[in-house]
Design a protein around this ligand. Structure first.
Ligand code: C2E
Ligand code: MG
Ligand code: MG
Ligand code: MG
Length: 290
């Protein structure tokens, strides 16, 4: 069986390629049904202050459970939604849920920041800032309790227009975080130029702590840079107490990871947040002796 790649010929891998394409189409179709069928949910993963041990924020993470495909990970369907443009609809829904939830935390006396992932295509919508402003007003959420997680690549495209948009958001009081920091290809120049509030150190650099010298150096450098530039730093993907201890030593401010909790359904997260506010969780041991 010879692999032929000529025009009009069928290559050796064709059946497999068709199967993949078919699978994508079925996933895409199911994804578009999922919102209406209430199969999507937003979960909240705590961000913890490394000095006080208290929850200071939460990242909103989309979850999809399909009757046929089971729990589909975002790494699988978010890129699909980005390619087809459906992410604009999906993202608007996540934003609304998140803003509503953060307003609830505030009204229950537990005002913390909700951090929402925003894809490039969403952020580039001409009415993005306007819609967000309206949403915050409708739910009476102070803009400072909302943070947007953007990736470095967003800052590269249409740099000038994106810069204007970032300034408009910062003027509004919305916080801006750079997600997966250190994995992109952008220059660092934007850090002094743009109103960035937070860097999220990508979990790939945390995984090797404390043994990997390279990871230690990179994490240390990001923390120092954040301190010098007055930008907060969060370590992502912290799974062990050793990793947490190393980050504490390096004077990183916050961490997020399975060591504390995975993304939790709203009600479960509120319970944990309540304990945190009462000083009972998740890490009372981190609190300085008083
Ligand atoms: P991300 O924004 O970097 O989110 C962090 C991911 O790391 C989440 O995966 C989270 O569950 C996972 N994680 C947190 N702590 C740990 C840990 O200690 N160990 C390990 N191994 N993983 C940890 P998730 O929820 O599967 O999301 C994957 C990616 O999908 C996100 O990466 C984000 O880029 C995207 N995503 C998720 N929700 C949304 C959304 O609502 N909108 C958009 N545009 N993208 C989203
Ligand atoms: Mg994120
Ligand atoms: Mg990340
Ligand atoms: Mg990521």
């Amino acid at each position: 069986r010879v692999k032929e790649r000529g025009r009009g010929s069928y290559g050796f891998y064709q059946p497999q390629m068709n199967a993949n394409l078919l699978m994508r189409m079925r996933l895409e179709h199911a994804m578009r049904q999922a919102l209406g069928e209430q199969r999507m949910a937003v979960h909240y993963q705590p961000q913890v202050n490394l000095v006080t041990g208290r929850i200071v924020g939460a990242e909103a993470l989309i979850r999809w459970t399909d009757p046929e495909f089971g729990a589909v990970p975002p790494a699988q369907f978010v890129p699909l939604a980005e390619e087809s443009g459906y992410i604009v609809t999906l993202g608007a829904w996540v934003m609304e849920q998140s803003v509503r939830e953060a307003a609830r935390w505030m009204h229950e006396g537990m005002p913390i920041v909700v951090s929402v992932n925003v894809s490039a295509l969403e952020f580039r919508q001409a009415d993005f800032v306007e819609r967000l402003t309206r949403l915050l007003a409708v739910h009476h959420l102070p803009p400072t309790l909302l943070e947007l997680e953007l990736t470095e690549t967003i800052l590269l495209q249409d740099a000038q227009e994106m810069e204007q948009r970032l300034r408009a958001l910062a003027d509004l009081g919305v916080h801006l975080a750079i997600d997966d920091f250190g994995t992109g290809y952008s220059s660092l120049a934007y850090l002094k130029k743009l109103p960035i509030h937070k860097l999220k150190i990508d979990q790939s650099f945390i995984r090797g702590l404390p043994e990997d010298e390279g990871d230690r150096a990179i994490v240390g450098a990001i923390i120092s840079m954040g301190r010098a530039l007055h930008i907060e730093v969060v370590a992502e993907g912290v799974e062990t107490t050793t990793q947490r201890a190393v980050l504490q030593q390096m004077e990183c401010q916050h961490f997020q990871g399975f060591l504390c909790a995975p993304g939790l359904p709203g009600a479960e997260f509120r319970q944990l947040l309540g304990k945190s506010v009462r000083g009972q969780a998740p890490f009372p041991s981190l609190a300085p002796a008083s």
